[in-house]
Design a protein. Structure first.
Length: 86
């Protein structure tokens, strides 16, 4: 476990796409901003408490059919962009 001391406005990066920003607080409360992808499940709990199932769930994401359609659109756009350069 890592323990850090931060001043308001300072942040830590976790991996490439998660940022935790300390925005202030008082002696009994701290205020954190978490900037992370929507598909990441982030649950709030207290340290040392028994872990109960989170009422929050990861979003389902998009269907395989939608993914195929997006890939096809991107292929067409790349092909059309290549044709326009000639």
């Amino acid at each position: 476990m890592l323990k850090l001391t931060l001043r308001p406005g300072e942040f830590i990066d976790i991996g490439e796409n998660i940022r935790v920003i300390f925005s202030g607080g008082s002696s009994n409360n701290i205020h954190l901003l978490v900037d992370a992808p929507r598909e990441l499940n982030i649950a709030r709990s207290s340290a040392g408490e028994n872990k109960a199932a989170s009422p929050y769930f990861k979003e389902r994401g998009i269907s395989e059919e939608a993914k195929r359609e997006i890939r096809e659109i991107l292929r067409r756009e790349r092909r059309d962009a290549g044709d326009n350069r000639r």
